[in-house]
Ligand binder design. Sequence first.
Ligand code: PGA
Length: 256
Amino acid sequence: MKKFYIGTNWKMTKTLEEGLLYTRELKKVSEQLDHSKIELFIIPSHPSLIPIKSEIEDSTIKIGAQNMHWEERGAYTGEVSPLMLQEIGMDIIELGHSERRAYFNETDKAINKKVHAALNANMKPLICIGEKLDEKENNISVETLSKQIKLTLKGLNKEHLPHILLAYEPVWAIGENGIPADSAYVSYIHGEIRKILVDLFEETGSQVPILYGGSVNLDNYLSYFEDKNVNGLFIGRAAWDMISFEKILKTCHSLL
Ligand code: PGA
């Protein structure tokens, strides 16, 4: 049985103090989970990474950063480098979230450089892809995703594939104004993403976990979890509240 991934990106929502309280609660929940079944990860904001990392040192919770530059050093004010994030023990680097693409003009080309940089620094890139509403309405979701995959994974070889994570996050499903995606649609898209990966990387393409994210909540998480094409859940709001996150984690765990 493969591990099921469940993680949360905190976005810009928690101060260090709030993050520490949250992490202490999450640790208690994680102690009740069998980690050969569930890979649990959190992605705090940059200033919280070092203290949160030491808070989870004695647990099996994995930790990642929300963004990173591709260069090791340089005159890039406001950026952090792979070297810096590797030094503080990051497991995962989240790349290409739709908010970074929309508000910070992040392109597939830039994400691709970051993917290579993360892998070179022995950290797992968690690459977010997703189509916009007008792309879905014009029936070009799969074409859009195929382009994003080809460009963000450009130059990778088969050996890299077991070290990456992919998150399918339709832009129209994310956040306060997001419309939760129908699980049949998610299943179909995940199947298409898998085909694209296998087409590009043969057998190793089948090893990449494909997570789903976008308005996952207490009403719909099981519909995604139960689909064999979905290898994990990447959750925002419903995971920031420990009551709902605990329910999601424990229920998924009991069903694995
Ligand atoms: P959401 O966020 O669950 O609050 O929609 C998901 C995400 O942006 O990854």
